[in-house]
Design a protein around this ligand. Structure first.
Ligand code: ADP
Ligand code: MG
Length: 349
């Protein structure tokens, strides 16, 4: 084997250790080697083809010529025009007098994360700004001395009280969300007894339900063995938060004078399932997959009016993930909406 060939084999072997794509091309653009990540990005049959048919960027020809001429620090941002948007950064360098190496860094994930972060900051600012603007407006009006009658003053103060509470709910939910996001990868090691927990959540929502003349019914007859209460590995406060959020939604978005069912099933496969079912207008199918996104609300104005922050289900989703559970949402318009939660049971419980 010639010295040059040996070097090429070594480069190929190094290529297989990389997470980034690596392609070797001859000075005329013919591809002579591509590692697995490069194949994943750009398809199977790279070797033998021209790089200009693979990377369809107006500057790639010039850049390759510059690399062949020995120029360094050559970089290119490449966004293939495809349905799924991806972004790559390409780095070119000639290896001694041999082929040109193209390193392909996949920037898609990083770009998406940045977008998520930017959107999140924009959403939070927007959500905080509206109650704040309203509060500031009322304070200004009261300070100007224009409000003479005390009935009006009381009315203003009540609105201000509502707005302040809205901001505080939002901040609470944001803190909850950031805490559960950070802890998502840690599986809890304490155990939680679900019957007790569900009954106490039901009791804590009784007043809210009463106001709409709704009834919350707990059903635990779906459990195979009514004697041993289902135990799961979990954090008591977090599991409580899940069902408080789901029941609160059921009350908020359910019809007056209707029933809410909280049913627990233990179907003997090491899993326990809890359904929260309410009668109400329901959710159109197209919205279902997005309900657990932060700030996603089917009817923003309505959710705001009844005190929602749009973060409840995002928190629910993260807590369920942490507990290695699953959330399924189904809805029949004008009839019922069902949130099903599955948790793995503590073995033997
Ligand atoms: N039981 C339900 N019935 C109908 N729609 C619901 C129900 N639960 C949640 N939703 C929809 O999902 C959205 C997101 O819920 P959530 O994250 O709890 O935010 P919030 O309740 O603060 O608006 C709600 O705005 C509502 O549109
Ligand atoms: Mg909610």
């Amino acid at each position: 084997m010639s010295k040059g060939k040996g070097a090429q084999v070594q480069i190929k072997q190094i290529g297989e250790m990389l997470d980034d794509g690596l392609i070797l091309v001859q000075p005329d653009g013919t591809i002579i080697a591509a590692n697995t990540p490069a194949v994943r990005h750009f398809g199977e049959d790279l070797v033998g083809n021209s790089i200009f048919d693979v990377i369809k960027h107006p500057d790639i020809k010039d850049l390759l010529a510059e690399a062949v001429a020995g120029k360094t620090n050559l970089e290119l941002k490449y966004e293939p025009s495809e349905i799924v948007q991806r972004e790559f950064r390409l780095r070119l360098k000639r290896l001694a007098d041999g082929p040109v190496a193209l390193l392909i860094l996949d920037m898609t994930l990083q770009r998406n994360l940045e977008k998520v972060r930017r959107d999140f900051v924009a959403n939070v600012s927007h959500e905080l700004r509206s109650p704040l603007t309203s509060l500031a407006g009322f304070v200004e009006t009261i300070l100007s001395g224009e409000v003479s009658d005390s009935e009006m003053l009381t009315r203003f103060l009540k609105i201000m009280d509502e707005e302040a509470k809205r901001m505080s709910r939002l901040v609470d939910d944001l803190l909850s969300l950031s805490r559960v996001e950070v802890e998502e990868h840690i599986v809890p090691d304490k155990t939680v007894q679900l019957f007790e927990l569900l009954h106490s959540v039901k009791d804590s929502l009784a007043v809210q339900a009463n106001q709409k003349n709704m009834k919350i019914i707990v059903r635990q007859d779906g459990c195979l063995n009514g004697l041993t209460p289902p135990l799961i590995f979990g954090n008591h406060d977090e599991i409580t938060e899940v069902f408080v959020n789901l029941l609160e939604n059921a009350v908020k978005y359910g019809f007056d004078n209707s029933e809410i069912i909280l049913a627990i099933y233990n179907y003997g496969q090491g899993t326990v399932k809890i359904d929260v079912i309410n009668e109400g207008e329901g959710v159109e199918e197209k919205h279902l997959p997005r309900l657990t996104e932060r700030f996603y609300r089917v009817d923003k104005a309505r959710s705001r009016k009844i005190g929602g922050t749009g973060l409840g289900l995002a928190i629910v989703k993260h807590i369920i993930n942490r507990h290695r559970g699953q959330l399924t949402i189904t809805s029949t318009l004008g009839k019922t909406t069902k949130f099903s939660v599955d948790f793995p049971l503590v073995p033997g419980s």
